[in-house]
Write a protein that binds this ligand. Structure first.
Ligand code: FAD
Length: 430
């Protein structure tokens, strides 16, 4: 059997390489390190470029916690590394980043089935896995853009909150001028609430950008805090304009609108609220809006150079390229978002490559698992395809009738873990 080529030894490439090597395939793992992208700083593989948190470790109450457990069941290297390098951080799985990368780096470099090549790759390979991340460098970036023509640059996104955490006593459904069935949820603010919000927004801590990220912000997705800096009333005449809305018999002073993120209406996006604030600050500042006082954030806004494929157009749910079943993409470049999600996509792409090599049919994990939901998300037609992280909104439904959120999430997790266990058995033993 030929060597499997994997380009990029970040979160996704490391997972895929180790998984394949552990299952007996020969792998050549190519990474430009020790040459660095503008965001990477270490010569070790599987580097966490920003925060040291892998988010919640709550298997039964958080979708990212559940995803991590699914990954453990599937034999994840990054989860093993995280277990060995964790630092106290309440309910979050935070790690000592140096120990985390070292663990992965050592396991890859010492593996008898893995050959490491230090080289900046310029061409797309004929087959294998491309996992070069949101900062894919040089000619390879150009080659991917030329072939798939659908890459995005410096970008900001808006937070998403869970529907059940919105205070519906303080929000109301209405489309502006009643032009529609009331698809939007509006979060009204008084003058005092609005001005307090703007003041706090302007003084809130932002994510520090590297030089390479300072240019080229699209006007169309300007961060809210940048827009607000133009004047106290700018948001009131922009994304928070209250015209055509009625609350308690009159037009509110300002109103933030929320738009459904999915068919089931379990998640809502904060319209026009692209932001570069630190995650904790987003929660603090947006929670000043009465309807969002207890909002639970399923995704925070982010801004960085975020290169990703318009995956539904070019990838299948097994992460292979449409029309080229031997070539796979994995990691953030596929439109999954976050460290854990990127690693998970590498792990699952590894499974599919193994299957292909063994001549077995390709099985996408069930939609009731987080890893299966993410796999489907990247391959499902979507006119406004945006990077997605683990959240309950993308999971297959089934427990909507259970009002107790804790109990519902526990059942969702139990189902997912059962299904992922079955999936593992089918793949490895079937
Ligand atoms: C600045 C920034 C901050 C982020 N912060 C967070 C955060 O705090 N939390 C979070 O969950 N997610 C964060 N993300 C998003 C995402 O989770 C990470 O980018 C994650 O590392 C993606 O994993 P990956 O495997 O897809 O890519 P990476 O981990 O970036 O790995 C890609 C690898 O490919 C190599 N490479 C690139 N181009 C080439 C080439 N041409 N030839 C050979 N090798 C190449 C790189 O050296 C690197 O090792 C951030 C992203 C960026 C860009």
């Amino acid at each position: 059997m030929n060597e499997v080529t994997i380009i990029g030894a970040g979160l996704a490439g490391s997972e895929a390489a180790y998984f394949l090597a552990e299952h007996g395939l020969k792998v050549v793992l190519v990474d430009m390190k020790p040459k660095l992208t503008p965001a990477h700083a270490s010569d070790k593989f599987c580097e966490l470029v920003c925060s040291n948190s892998l988010k919640s470790d709550d298997i039964y109450g958080n979708a990212c916690g559940l995803l991590k457990e699914e990954m453990r069941i599937l034999g994840s290297l990054t989860m093993a590394a995280a277990g060995r390098s964790r630092v106290p951080a309440g309910g979050a799985l935070a790690v000592d980043r140096e120990k985390f990368s070292s663990y992965v780096d050592e396991h890859l470099r010492s593996h008898p089935n893995i050959r490491i090549v230090s080289e900046e790759v310029g061409d797309l390979p004929a087959s294998g896995i491309v996992a070069t991340g949101p900062l894919t460098q040089g000619k390879l970036f150009e080659a991917i853009a030329a072939k798939f023509g659908c890459l995005h640059f410096f970008d900001a996104s808006a937070p998403i909150v869970s529907a059940e955490s919105i205070d519906m006593e303080k929000a109301f459904a209405q489309d502006r001028y009643d032009r529609g069935p009331g698809d939007y949820l509006n979060c009204p603010m008084t003058k005092e609430e609005y001005e307090n919000f703007v003041t706090e927004l302007l003084s809130a801590e932002r994510t520090i950008l590297h030089d390479f990220e300072k240019n080229d912000v699209f006007e169309g997705c300007m961060p809210l805090e940048v827009m607000a800096a133009r004047g106290m009333d700018t948001l009131r005449f922009g994304p928070f304009k209250p015209v055509g809305l009625t609350w308690e018999g009159r037009r509110p002073y300002a109103a933030l609108q929320l738009r459904r993120e999915n068919e089931e209406g379990t998640s809502y996006g904060l319209v026009g609220c692209q932001t570069n604030l630190r995650f904790g600050e987003q929660k603090r500042v947006f929670s000043l809006i009465p309807a969002l006082k207890n909002a639970e954030f399923e995704r925070y806004g982010v801004m960085h150079r975020n290169t990703y494929l318009e995956a539904p157009k070019c990838l299948n749910a097994d992460f292979s390229v449409k029309g080229n079943p031997g070539l796979f993409f994995a990691g953030q470049i596929t439109g999954v978002e976050g460290y854990v999600e990127s690693a998970a996509s590498g792990l699952i792409a590894g499974y599919h490559v193994l299957n292909r090599a063994l001549g077995k049919p390709s099985l996408v994990p069930p939609a009731s698992t987080v890893i299966g939901a993410l796999s489907r998300y990247i391959a499902t037609e979507n006119k406004d395809f945006q990077p997605m992280n683990a959240n309950y909104g993308i999971l297959e439904g089934g427990y909507e009738g259970i009002r107790d959120k804790k109990e519902r999430r526990r059942l969702i997790a139990e189902r997912a873990l059962y299904e992922i266990g079955n999936f593992r058995r089918q793949i490895l033993e079937g």
